[in-house]
Design a protein around this ligand. Structure first.
Ligand SMILES: [Fe+2]
Ligand SMILES: [Fe+2]
Length: 181
């Protein structure tokens, strides 16, 4: 009975939980992208990010999904490691503190938000799943050039760009929609 109830709830969640990246009309749960992240995308650790506002107009989960999907697409096109791109993108901002509060209470010598959240994201990602050296580098250095070390891999440079690209879209699209409505 419990198994039936659990399966039904899972099915309902899948039907009603639409996964779309910003600017895309594609439902990602039926895309090849999904197979690379299916073991982590519904985890409670990522679910918690749905409650946290990010870049003013979106959630931290949606931002991670956006970065994950576009980094995946670019890496796939360039014949790089698309699976690592999808996974590192989804995990790159896996932290739970409030950025504004962190900056306000930051004391001299304390790590900047750029360094701190990347480090926490790596630790949280490693607690959640096995991460490769490539995925670790992508998460740790996604804030480059605001990080001390340079990225080691091509995929890491790509995530630095898609992270910034998505941040701009997330900020601008809701405002453009408001102006046009
Ligand atoms: Fe970040
Ligand atoms: Fe980010």
């Amino acid at each position: 009975m419990c198994v039936v109830a659990y399966s039904t709830i899972t099915l309902i969640r899948q039907v009603f939980h639409m996964l779309k990246a910003i600017g895309s009309k594609k439902e990602l749960s039926s895309d090849s992208y999904y197979s690379h992240v299916s073991d982590i995308i519904n985890s409670s650790e990522l679910d918690k990010l749905k409650e946290i506002t990010h870049h003013i107009s979106t959630t931290r989960f949606q931002h991670c999904l956006n970065v994950s999907y576009y980094t995946y697409l670019i890496c796939k096109k360039l014949h790089l490691d698309a699976r690592a791109a999808a996974r590192a993108g989804l995990l790159h901002d896996l932290f739970y503190y409030d950025r504004k509060k962190y900056n306000k209470s930051k004391i001299r010598g304390q790590l900047s938000h750029s360094s701190m959240h990347s480090r926490l994201a790596v630790e949280n990602a490693a607690d959640l799943t096995d991460i490769s050296d490539l995925e670790r580098d992508m998460i740790e250095n996604h804030m480059w050039p605001m990080t001390r070390s340079f990225p080691k891999y091509k995929e890491s440079y790509i995530i630095t760009l898609t992270d910034k690209y998505c941040a701009v879209l997330e900020f601008c699209i809701p405002r453009i929609k408001t102006v046009l409505s």
